[in-house]
Design a protein around this ligand. Structure first.
Ligand SMILES: [Zn+2]
Length: 186
């Protein structure tokens, strides 16, 4: 059995002229956090001797999907990193899979949401499909590979942000381990 390849993208850019995503408490920008976390996860994967393909700092567009499709096969994994936003009281971690998700996607999404929320101490909002999401995230969910979209926590919730900022290095390690462990699975 061949090992799966992994592609990790920051859901938004850290460049002011691009899509920086949502704005959180204290002016935190989703794009800044997503790019930083992506790089932390890639660093952790490297420590596990696992190479990961990544994006530039631009957010996911139709071009990105074309690029992913040219690099990744059906067994490979694309992971997109986001931070959620909403009313101040809404909090927690959730992981999205495509509307018609594979058993692999469901399994990895469940492992990720359980481990991330346990690590951060955030509310476990579970695995959701695109159908449950507010904003259309259909673009990312179109590549012909296994697709996972992580909403780490709510950047509009004080406690979520505090826990994330305190534990971002640890959660990067946890996410890298979940991905790594899934690579050789059926
Ligand atoms: Zn986002």
């Amino acid at each position: 059995m061949q090992t799966r390849k992994v592609f990790i993208s920051a859901g938004h850019s850290n460049s002011p002229n691009s899509d920086m995503g949502a704005i959180g408490i204290s002016g935190l920008k989703e794009g800044d956090l997503a790019v930083e976390l992506r790089d932390l996860i890639i660093k952790e994967l490297k420590l596990l001797n696992q190479y990961a393909i990544t994006d530039s700092n631009s957010y996911v567009t139709k071009d990105t999907v074309a690029i992913i499709n040219s690099i990744l096969g059906p067994r490979d994994i694309a992971i997109d990193l986001h931070f959620n936003a909403g009313a101040e009281i809404i909090k927690g971690t959730e992981v999205l899979v495509p509307f018609k998700s594979s058993p692999f996607e469901k399994q990895l999404a469940k492992t990720l949401v359980d481990n991330i929320s346990a690590c951060l101490g955030t509310r476990n909002r579970g695995v959701k499909t695109e159908a449950d999401s507010f904003r259309g995230r259909l673009i990312f969910m179109t590549p012909n590979c296994e697709n996972i979209l992580i909403e780490i926590c709510f950047i509009t919730n004080k406690l979520d942000v505090a826990m994330y900022l305190f534990k971002k290095d640890v959660v990067a390690k946890v996410i890298a381990k979940c991905i790594f462990d899934s690579l050789n699975k059926n």
